[in-house]
Design a protein around this ligand. Structure first.
Ligand code: ATP
Ligand code: MG
Length: 442
């Protein structure tokens, strides 16, 4: 991709409306554009990251046995009247009427709709377990939209819904999502800590929020340092083995970790004092078991092996991909800009031509661009005639893991420079060697 042709509206000045670093950097790097309070367009650079994040979420949902669907954003109030939530949900729900004056709403979540799909088709325990998810825009009329995409009104959510015959089945489904979340966040370079969360009237202990520690987080959290070194299960984890999965959940719920609302001073004080971390955190995911809360009022039941009808036991599992991107930036940036973890970087490398128009530099850049792309890398080739200083600043700001710097002196000596965005380490190499090196690093 040539920067001269790429829509990358970089802001030179710090936007005044941005209070936290991720919001500031997303605006400055031309990733998003605010359209109204809490509503954002995703520009090409931001959209690339969003797609990468969603791809990882999908892979890990599918691996854990969930199946992707896509439900509408606009829902009928009728369904929500069945569960009783049309009246209960409050002002966060955006209510709309169509031309026939029928009550509609912009979905803040999809429990009712997915329960309706389930009850229409599934009649037997033999079709269970079932877990359906989608990645779709939600609207919540937040009292205080702020911090850019961290807390917006229209935001993307991956929401999965599990259906099982009984509590034991639902718990196994919950555990699969728990493990899938550990893998999802870790693949994005994040250490997310599962913390006990409020289960409200449902009771029990099957509710966890996945939290990224960050000073700008909105929740106060308490956890043991042990979490920071725990190894996440590999891709070979066996989701078909309930015992193995339960074992992983046990290990990840044994050290103390709770959000403010669930904090238990006594249990906290029992943890070794040097291992206690009391910090702030960003909620990037939330998993929740709610049993028959929707299946009962909405009549979602299956025939069990006993020949009787059972209301299915359900859970829901959310991740906010848009908030997640802000959380990744909060966790990984420096003075100069964003430092993308490899797996979600919008480009693998920025190729900087220090002297566009110079035949030697242009030639080397063309070879590098083709070579790197053939090796499977996404390259942003800065072929503009900006000064070198401005090009370096842009490359640092948008934060691709690698920069390849091509200048007349290096080219004359048969070399280009590669720079690692994270460590700042630089190395001079011949063109072919630079291509091979970055291909290996991918
Ligand atoms: P919060 O307590 O932060 O308002 P929530 O408990 O309302 O979150 P859930 O209903 O569990 O959130 O939604 C699942 C996920 O969707 C959250 O973990 C979060 O990542 C994301 N999310 C929720 N609200 C927003 C929002 N206003 N803007 C961006 N992402 C959001
Ligand atoms: Mg909320």
């Amino acid at each position: 991709m040539r920067l001269s042709r790429y829509f990358l509206p970089i802001l030179k000045e710090n936007p005044r409306e941005a209070d936290i670093v991720s919001h500031r950097l997303m605006l400055r790097a031309g990733m998003i554009r605010q359209q109204a309070a809490g509503s954002f367009s995703w520009l090409p650079l931001g959209k690339r990251v969003l797609d990468k994040v969603n791809a990882i979420i999908r892979e890990e949902q599918n691996r854990a046995g969930a199946q992707e669907i896509l439900m509408p954003t606009i829902q009928s109030a009728e369904l929500w009247r069945e569960s009783g939530r049309y009246d209960d949900y409050g002002k966060e729900m955006l209510r709309i009427q169509d031309r026939h004056e029928r009550d509609m709403l912009f979905g803040p979540t999809n429990e009712e709709m997915v329960t309706d799909i389930f009850r229409s088709y599934v009649k037997s325990y033999k079709d269970l377990p079932l877990n359906l998810y989608h990645i779709q825009w939600k609207f919540r009329d937040e009292v205080r939209p702020r911090f850019g995409v961290m807390r917006s009104r229209e935001f993307l959510m991956k929401d999965a819904y599990s259906f099982d015959l009984d509590y034991d089945g639902a718990k196994a489904a919950y555990n699969r999502m728990f493990v899938s979340y550990l893998r999802t966040f870790s693949r994005m370079g994040l250490q997310a800590i599962p913390m006990r969360a409020d289960t409200g009237p449902i009771g029990g202990d099957l509710s966890h929020e996945f939290i990224i520690l960050a000073d700008t987080g909105e929740s106060a959290v308490f956890c043991e340092r042990a979490y920071l070194d725990m190894a996440v299960p590999g891709a070979d984890v066996n989701y078909g083995d309930d015992g193995e999965i339960a074992g992983i959940v046990k290990a990840w719920t044994t050290p103390y970790a709770a959000t403010d609302e669930m904090h238990d001073e006594k249990a906290w004080e029992a943890a070794p004092i040097e291992g206690r971390v009391s910090a702030r955190g960003i909620e990037v995911g939330h998993i929740f078991h709610f049993g028959t809360k929707y299946s009962k009022p909405m009549g979602a039941k299956v025939t069990g092996p006993d020949g009787k009808e059972h209301f299915v036991s359900m859970g829901s599992y959310g991740i906010g991909p848009s908030r997640l991107i802000a959380a990744i930036i909060e966790a990984s940036h420096d003075e100069a800009g964003i430092i993308w973890p490899k797996a979600v970087a919008p480009f693998d490398a920025v190729l900087i031509n220090m002297k566009a128009g110079d035949p030697g530099c242009d030639g080397a850049c063309a070879r590098l661009e083709t070579g790197l792309e053939n090796a499977g890398l996404d390259v942003l080739h800065d072929d503009t005639d900006d000064r070198a200083g401005a090009k370096f600043a842009t490359a640092d700001l948008i934060g691709a893991p690698w920069q390849v710097i091509v200048g007349p002196r290096g080219v004359a000596a048969g070399e280009v420079e590669i720079k690692n965005r994270k460590t700042g380490a630089r190395e001079s190499l011949p063109v072919e060697a630079a291509i091979n090196r970055l291909a290996q690093e991918k």
